[in-house]
Design a protein around this ligand. Sequence first.
Ligand code: OXD
Ligand code: MN
Length: 587
Amino acid sequence: MTTNNIALKTWVDEVAALTTPDTIQWCDGSQAEYDKLIELMVGNGMMEALDQEKWPGCYYHRSDAQDVARVEHLTFICSNDKDVAGPNNNWEEPAVMKEKLTGLFKGCMKGRTMYVVPYCMGPVGSPYSKVGVEITDSPYVTVNMKIMTRMGQQALDKLGDSTDFVRGLHSTGELDPERRYICHFPETREIWSFGSGYGGNALLGKKCHALRIASAQARDEGWLAEHMLILGLENPEGEVKYVTAAFPSACGKTNLAMLIPPAHYKGWKAWCVGDDIAWMRYGEDGRLYAINPEAGFFGVAPGTSEKTNKNALESLKTNSIFTNTAVSEDGQPWWEGLSEAPANATDWRGNAWTPESDTPAAHPNSRFTAPARQCPVVSSKFDDPEGVPIEAMIFGGRRAKTAPLVFEAFDWEHGVYVGAMAASETTAAATGAVGVVRRDPMAMKPFCGYNFADYFGHWLEMGKKSEKAPKIFHVNWFRQNDKGEFIWPGFGDNMRVLEWILKRCAGEADAVETPIGHVPAPGTLDLEGIDIDEVTLERLLGVDPEAWHTELEGQKEFLETYGERMPAAMWKQFEQLKERLTAVSAS
Ligand code: OXD
Ligand code: MN
C-alpha cells in the first residue's frame, strides 16, 4: 500500500494520536488482506465460517443485540447553521459535537488495530466517482467495505495527492447505545461515527458518504445523490432503457432492482445497475446519467427467497457475509421466508432455536453483504464510467388506499412535488397504529444531509437545466382491498407497470388525467396472464377524492414545518392539487 498524499498521512497521524491504537494497518484492498482479516475474526470469534462446500467464501457475524439497525435519533448533521440542516435532521454545532466526540474517541483504539480504508464510490475510472477514506477499528467493517466499495490501492491511485476526499472516522467504542453518535459535517466533508458496528452506522461509504455528505455536495455542484435503485429493461429487440426508483427502506428496492419479468414477457430482460443509491448528473447530450456508487448489496435477508428474489439468492451464495441471520446446525445461513425452517438452528442472538420457538430465528433487519458483480443480472454498464441514461424516475411508498398503482406527474415541477410527498402508511404487519402516515420525501428522510426545503429547491433547479430531464412517476405496489389484502401481485409482475412507464416515455401509451396525475388508460396496462378483474383494476387505479382531501391536510402540515424556506413552487403545486381535487369533488 503506497501513497504520498500528505493531507491523508497527516490526518491519519492526527487520528492515531487521538485514538492511540496499538497498530495501524493501511488496507490495500487485496484478496490476501481480506482473507487474513477473515481468518483473524474466525480465530477470535467475531466471525463464523459457514459450510464452505455449500457456501464457499461465506462467513457469519452476530452483532451486539443492541446494535442491529441504523439509529436515526443519534444521527446528526452538524452544519455551521442549524437552518441549513433543517427540521428533517438532528443538529448540533460542529465545534460542540467535535468536542464531545473527541472525548469519546480519545484513546478508544488502545489495544486495537486501526485500519485505514481508502475507497472509491463509483467506478474507479469515472470522473463522477468520489474518494473517501474510512479509519476504523473494526475488521468486520473493513471486510464489508471491501465488498461494498472499490477499496484500497485503486482508490489511493485515483486520489493521488488531492486533498479532496471524505474523511470518515469510526470506532465501535464499547457498543454502548448511550455513547453512540453518527455525525456528519457537510461543510468539511467529514463523518465521525462512534459506538456502533452496524452497517448503516459503520460502513461509512454507504448512507453517511454516498447519501448524507454527497447530497450536500451534489447541491453545491449541481447533481443529485439519491436513495434510488437503477434498473435497465431490455426489450425483445435488444434495446435497453433505464429507470431509477426511490422507496423507503424495506419496501422491496433490492427485489425490484433484480426483477425477473413474468413468463408472458418473452424476450424481455432486466439488468441491475444498483439497488440502493444513484448519483446522477446531466451528460453533454442533455440527458440525465446515473452511476451506482456502490460495489455490493447490503440487503435485508428475511423475505429473500427463490420466489421473491432469485437473483439476490444467486448473488449471495459465495463470498458473502451474513449478519444476524440464523445459522442451521449444519452451518448454513437461514432466515424467515428463505425455505422450510431447519429443525435446529442458532438464532441471531446465539440461542438454540427450533421451529417451535416463539421468537424469530433471524433478526428482521438481518443482512447479507454480497458483491454486486456476482448478481446473474448485473448490468454490463455496471462499471461504465459515464453511467446510464435515465428515462424515468419513480417514487413510491406503501399506501393502503390513497395512491393508485401508478401515475405520471404532469411535468418536472409536479414530479418534484409528488416525490416530496412520498409517504408510507403503517400496516397491521408493523407494531403500533394502523394507517399512520409517515412522510418520507423521495425516500430520503433519514439520508438528506441538509434542509428538505433547500433540497426540493435543488431538485426544482435540476429540472430547469435540461429539456431532456426524465419523466417522473409514482407507484404503489401495496394497495389493499377492504379486507386488508394486497390486490397487486407485485414482484416480477411489477414489470407490467414498468413497461407502461417506458411506453409513456416513448409516447406510446395513452393515459387518463386525474387530479393527481395521469393513470393508465383502459387497456394500456398489460394484464395478460394475471388474474385482475375489472373491479380490482378500478380499485388499483382509482383516485378517491375523500382519501385525497385527508392526504392534502397531511401535505399542508408537512410543507408548513419548513416555514419561509419552502420554495413557493411547492406551495403552488399544493394549491393546484387542491383545486383539481375540489373540482372533481364538486362535479
Ligand atoms: C438500507 C436502508 O440499509 O435504506 O439500505 O435502510
Ligand atoms: Mn437503503
